[in-house]
Design a protein around this ligand. Structure first.
Ligand SMILES: Cc1ncc(COP(=O)(O)O)c(C=O)c1O
Length: 280
């Protein structure tokens, strides 16, 4: 098949033939959860962690999502049908289709959709140069630890960043940074890393955890602490982490130069280590 193959509710179909009901609650209410895992050279990275987080997100919204092992097998089959390679594996579980009503029937079967698009890694030059970020007020709900498909705030935040020539928008809640619109944020102070603690206001990023592990492994102290906007602006380094963003150095925040205005040593070192890990 030349067209990408996608997975819809138990079936593998060509993308142009895929369909879901307009009564799906994902479409009607944004009632669903999702994951994005990166596949490097045919090898899904941290697949178990992504599936476990999907299960946690589903539980948090009272969705009865069963059969994670068979979901994993289906994901591998999808990757096989699309020729493996470097891919962004998207897994979405919505609560299912039923006549529109806020309350959900208890016996509704979730609908799972998966795609395995070819990954488009950021050009190495971008990472060598570093990116700009803006800050904006965190106007999201209080359950940001759920990887919900309702992403309107994040969509508007990222678009605002792009419209202002920046790569990412960093949310600020009550004067302290929470996370980026699709990334977690770290600062470097001296030789130490600082990143906000896991609260209900941030997603427990899988890349965040991986980077903390890498840093600890090479003797870099890591503190999970609240970081004010002022502290962010005077950090020696700032970088973003995320499944598709990997480790991305930030060189300006709201137009203020971070450190010497070039990607920092620590961010680049962690990026290298991260790439070593993902490529096995
Ligand atoms: C809001 C938000 N924070 C953080 C992340 C990073 O999470 P991960 O490293 O698991 O991709 C994402 C990823 O999509 C995200 O959407």
């Amino acid at each position: 098949m030349s067209e990408p193959v996608v997975y819809v509710d138990g079936r593998f179909v060509e993308c142009s033939r895929a369909a879901v009901s307009i009564e799906d609650r994902g479409y009607q209410f944004g009632d669903g959860v999702y994951e994005v895992a990166r596949v490097y050279d045919g090898r899904p990275f941290k697949m178990r962690e992504h599936l476990d987080r999907l299960a946690r997100s589903a539980r948090a919204i009272r969705m009865d999502l069963r059969g994670l092992d068979s979901l994993e097998r289906d994901a591998l089959e999808l990757l096989h049908l699309n020729g493996w390679g470097n891919r962004d594996l998207y897994i979405q579980a919505t609560r299912g289709a039923c006549p529109r009503s806020h309350c959900f029937p208890r016996d509704l079967e979730p609908v799972v959709v998966m795609t395995a698009r070819e990954a488009h890694p950021y050009p190495p030059a971008l990472r060598r140069q570093g990116v700009a970020a803006i800050t904006l007020s965190d106007d999201r709900w209080a359950r940001c630890y759920i990887k919900s498909i309702s992403l309107l705030s994040n969509v508007l935040a990222k678009q605002k960043a792009r419209d202002e020539g920046a790569f990412e928008a960093i949310y600020i809640r009550d004067g302290f940074m929470s996370e980026g619109s699709s990334t977690n944020v770290f600062i470097v102070e001296g030789d130490s890393l600082v990143t906000p603690p896991l609260t209900n206001y941030i997603l427990p990023g899988i890349t965040r955890a991986t980077v903390i592990g890498l840093a600890t492994g090479c003797g870099i102290p890591v503190a999970e602490e609240s970081v004010s906007r002022e502290r962010l602006l005077v950090a020696d380094e700032v970088f973003l982490t995320g499944t598709t963003t990997e480790v991305m150095p930030v060189v300006t925040v709201d137009g203020v130069r971070i450190g010497c205005g070039a990607p920092g040593r620590t961010a680049l070192r962690l990026f290298e280590q991260y790439m070593r890990l993902v490529t096995g």
